[in-house]
Design a protein around this ligand. Structure first.
Ligand SMILES: [Zn+2]
Length: 74
């Protein structure tokens, strides 16, 4: 079963890096952004909410950082 949501201890994907369940290679969101496939072994990831979260996590993190710099807490 391809369950990347259980990749880390707290039940959330470890954002920024993901191990391919088939070959164990480390993948980044950019690797899965277009084809949702492992570039090393061609494993097809299931496009579910967890994968979407993983793929967009760098964008979300950047966006969050920008919001915090524009609206700093006083
Ligand atoms: Zn792989």
């Amino acid at each position: 079963m391809n369950d990347i949501c259980n990749n880390s201890k707290n039940g959330r994907p470890s954002y920024g890096i993901l191990s391919c369940p088939n070959c164990g290679e480390r993948l980044t969101p950019a690797d899965l952004e277009v084809f949702a496939k492992c570039p090393f072994c061609d494993w097809s990831f299931q496009r579910d909410a967890c994968l979407e979260d993983f793929v967009i996590s760098p964008i979300v993190n950047r966006w969050m950082a920008r919001v915090h710099s524009q609206f700093p807490r006083d």
